[in-house]
Design a protein around this ligand. Structure first.
Ligand SMILES: NC(=O)c1ccc[n+]([C@@H]2O[C@H](COP(=O)([O-])OP(=O)(O)OC[C@H]3O[C@@H](n4cnc5c(N)ncnc54)[C@H](O)[C@@H]3O)[C@@H](O)[C@H]2O)c1
Length: 342
């Protein structure tokens, strides 16, 4: 079996690549990544150690992608995933995330390959998510226990990043229509774990642990600046497991869209994340308050895992404490990589 993983030197792509290489006996895994993400060289070195080759190709370059040979499966993990990039560098977001998907789809169609696409909870409408908690000044911890399923509103604006993901989903369905190739679309909530070089606007869990480890300051941004906003977090190893399940059951279950995340059990506010990081690292750091709320930010998101459970009898196993602990030990054993957390 031959698998291409795009964004293979990113956090998710590298972990999936190495997991599948260890899990499947006769498999050839190739990565495509232009190494633009900070820390991707470190992940490229991990791939090399595991005998997985990376081709340094820009996903916008179809001519080069075409030359990579034929794959049974493409797992598309390539993206500019930072929400802030939607404002700062819209061309890059559009070209990497949407033109990039188009190129991968052309390759799938030409070679008859199946596709697993990494989409995001960011496809859902910001205004509708904000209606869950209309008061943006979150003075008290959030008490509601709402989960968001696949039929939640997607019509109105969701950030350029969210748009490129939703448009990619549409494009997949369009181009795979009446073809033999099969697809799977996974709308993930926050993914976290070792080998994620987190930033304030993408990968906040590893950033939080690293900043406590380094005794450097952080900020609670928006929603009153108290850190009461809530997200659900899923461990990268749980992500690898469900991707593998989807792969091996693709003959029976295909052409579906799923929400996948940590769910209610693994939902946490930034403030509670700080407490847990303090306890683990025994460091109390300064956390500033930034009152201004970004128009792309939402106060609350928790995934409804019912559909993925119904189809695969699968749910995430690893707790939020386990996620934080695994990131902590990863940093403790790899101190050189701390320089990537600015
Ligand atoms: N991490 C999360 O919390 C999360 C949540 C939901 C969905 N996702 C999705 O999962 C996928 C993987 O996310 P991640 O966290 O690993 O991100 P990441 O930034 O760590 O990985 C993306 C990789 O793509 C590469 N890349 C970027 N632009 C490229 C281009 N033009 N050509 C070739 N390579 C390019 C980067 O160098 C990087 O290594 C993305 O599609 C993302 O939208 C991630």
């Amino acid at each position: 079996m031959k698998i291409l993983i795009t964004g293979g030197c990113g956090f998710v792509g590298s972990n999936i690549a190495i997991y599948l290489k260890k899990k499947i006996k006769k498999v050839k895994i190739i990565s495509l990544d232009n190494l633009s993400r900070s820390g991707s060289i470190i992940n490229r070195n991990r791939l090399t150690t595991n005998k997985i080759r990376n081709f340094k190709i820009n996903i916008e370059d179809y001519k080069k992608i075409q030359k990579l040979g034929r794959f049974n499966l493409i797992i598309d993990c390539c993206a500019e995933p930072a929400i802030d990039a939607s404002r700062k560098d819209p061309d890059r977001v559009f070209n990497t995330n949407l033109v990039g998907t188009f190129n991968i789809l052309k390759k799938c169609i030409k070679d008859n390959s199946n596709l697993i696409f990494l989409s995001s909870s960011r496809v859902y409408s910001i205004e509708h998510l904000k209606k869950i908690l209309p008061n943006t000044n979150l003075k008290k911890p959030i008490k509601i226990k709402k989960v968001i399923n696949e039929s939640f509103e997607t019509e109105s604006a969701s950030s350029l990043y969210g748009f490129t993901k939703l448009a990619s989903e549409k494009l997949i369905k369009e181009m795979f229509f009446r073809r033999n190739s099969r697809f799977m679309i996974n709308r993930f909530g926050v993914i976290a774990g070792p080998w994620q070089f987190g930033k304030q606007d993408q990968g906040f869990v590893s950033l939080w642990v690293a900043k406590h480890f380094l005794k450097k300051k952080l900020s609670y941004i928006g929603f009153g600046g108290r850190g009461n906003q809530v997200r659900d977090v899923i461990h990268i190893d749980d992500v690898c497991e469900i991707i593998y399940l989807q792969m091996i059951r693709m003959k029976k279950i295909y052409n579906k869209t799923f929400n996948i995340g940590g769910g209610l059990k693994n939902s946490i506010s930034l403030k509670d994340l700080s407490f847990k990081c303090q306890k683990l690292t025994t460091c109390k750091i300064k956390i500033d308050s930034v009152l201004k709320t970004s128009m792309f930010d939402v106060p609350y998101y928790v995934s409804d895992n019912s559909k993925i459970f119904k189809n695969y009898r699968w749910k995430p196993k690893r707790s939020i404490d386990r996620i934080i602990r695994d990131i902590y030990y990863w940093l403790a054993y790899n101190k050189k990589i701390l320089k990537y957390f600015k």
